[in-house]
Design a protein around this ligand. Structure first.
Ligand SMILES: NC(=O)c1ccc[n+]([C@@H]2O[C@H](COP(=O)([O-])OP(=O)(O)OC[C@H]3O[C@@H](n4cnc5c(N)ncnc54)[C@H](O)[C@@H]3O)[C@@H](O)[C@H]2O)c1
Length: 425
């Protein structure tokens, strides 16, 4: 039986859930062979020895395995949730009680608690930050400028966070270098597309038990995430329409076999709406008014701002009820619109986030990027960096290797051919 570890600062819902958390974390670990190999190397080499890492990540079983890896590398890890709804309480309990990692996360925490938790992490004076959505970096810059000089570097997990960081760098406001883990190919090609594609569907199905086949599904945004969701919805037999603002992405959606519509056209057409733009108010008052009775809305973008929820609440004039776990129904003048997971990341709010096998690669990039900044921070400037190509290639190689797949190296003749400009037709 796992015993609570009172010496470790923490704020979690219920430490007695730790044993369940351990079982789930170990289950996820079986699907994370790349991270496991990195952990074994970190145990030997201790590349993060003595470093305080402040992390603001979704508190899931996969994150727990990342935190264990960082700790194996010698880091002192302090973790706060990056979303009030994504925390798995058993995981949070196990992190504290079994793995000795300071964790501040309660599923369903309110805004004040969320920021209290972030501040608890900031209080330990991290020298490496690890964000999913840039909240920790933003808080440090806004409220704790005196700490900025202590920070070697940070890493950022998701698209929305990278956008915020680039805006800070463009304003000259970013005080330390940050590695955009999202930009590793072994992150966004797999996590955003296959991970979010599958887990978004999973969240919607768990919450609604909807039959997807034959339904009109509208996907807002045809980026990495939108592509993944659209292809999975089509695979389940949906009629898929995409709304976009970027002509190239819209054309790609069209050639991938989907309809492309404006938001005005899509609103009365769709049965199910899923946003994945990283932008705000994609569906607004006029679109809610045009939607069909029974329409379902969900969001997989980082913030709960993609649907104009203030307008939706106003239109319902208090006629809102919980019709199933994770489904709120808004009665707008006799027409019922359903919202999954409060408009927050549906794959984390109503399901378990990405499958571990995908997070294996994303978090391998996180762990190797932390090692990279620990070694190279003195050479880096305060701006946003991509993940070094060598790390990307290493993650892909390890992942293939874990599945027993080896690749052909180029023959010397082939190498000479691809590096020469003299050979033509
Ligand atoms: N749910 C998850 O687990 C998860 C995982 C990865 C990323 N994300 C988040 O999902 C969002 C999308 O990520 P991505 O990697 O696909 O980004 P991306 O930049 O590749 O794609 C976003 C797309 O949305 C389009 N867009 C922007 N504003 C729009 C609007 N008003 N209407 C229609 N389309 C619009 C853009 O043109 C772009 O093609 C981000 O917020 C990201 O942080 C969530």
């Amino acid at each position: 039986m796992t015993q609570p570890s009172p010496s470790i600062p923490h704020d979690v819902t219920d430490l007695s859930l730790a044993a369940e958390g351990v079982r789930r974390i170990e289950w996820a670990e079986r699907e994370m062979p790349v991270l496991r190999q990195i952990r074994e190397r970190f145990e030997r080499e201790r590349p993060l020895a003595g470093l305080q890492i402040g992390a603001c990540l979704h508190v899931t079983t996969e994150t727990a395995n990342l935190a264990r890896t960082l700790k194996a590398g010698g880091a002192d890890v302090h973790l706060a949730a990056s979303n009030p709804l994504s925390t798995q309480d058993p995981t949070a309990a196990a992190l504290v009680a079994e793995y000795g990692i300071s964790t501040y996360a309660r599923r369903g925490e309110d805004r004040d608690t969320y920021y209290r938790h972030l501040n608890a992490v900031a209080d330990v004076h991290p020298v490496i930050t690890m964000d999913d959505g840039c909240d920790l970096v933003s808080l440090l810059h806004a409220d704790r400028p005196s700490q900025l000089g202590e920070i070697m570097a940070g890493t950022e997990e998701t698209t929305t966070g990278v956008i915020r960081l680039r805006a800070m760098a463009a304003d000259g406001a970013l005080a330390f270098p940050v590695v955009a883990v999202n930009e590793a190919q072994t992150k966004h090609l797999f996590d955003n597309r296959y991970g979010t594609g599958q887990s978004t569907l999973d969240g919607i199905l768990r919450a609604t038990n909807l039959l997807i086949a034959g339904r009109n599904v509208v996907i807002a945004g045809y980026g990495w995430v939108g592509r993944g969701i659209a292809s999975r919805m089509a695979g389940h037999g949906a009629h898929v329409a995409v709304v976009e603002v970027d002509p190239v992405r819209a054309l790609e959606a069209l050639m991938d076999g989907f309809q492309v519509m404006t938001v005005d056209q899509a609103a009365p057409w769709g049965d199910l709406f899923v946003t994945a733009t990283g932008n705000i108010n994609v569906f607004r008052r006029e679109h809610f008014a045009a939607m069909r009775d029974g329409a379902i809305m969900a969001n997989s973008g980082h913030f709960d701002a993609e649907l104009d929820l203030a307008a939706l609440r106003e239109m319902a004039e208090g006629h809102v009820r919980e019709v199933r776990e994770n489904v709120q129904q808004f009665d707008i003048g006799g027409k019922r619109l359903n919202l999954v997971a409060e408009g927050r990341l549906v794959n984390l709010g109503a399901a378990e986030g990405h499958p571990a096998a995908v997070m294996d690669m994303s978090f391998a990039n996180q762990a190797l990027s932390a090692e990279y900044v620990a070694r190279h921070h003195a050479e880096l400037e305060p701006r946003v960096y991509g993940v070094p190509e060598a790390i990307d290639a290493e993650v892909a190689r390890l992942k293939l290797g874990a599945q027993g797949i080896t690749l052909d190296p180029m023959t010397p003749e082939q190498l000479a051919y691809v590096s020469s400009w003299q050979q033509g037709t």
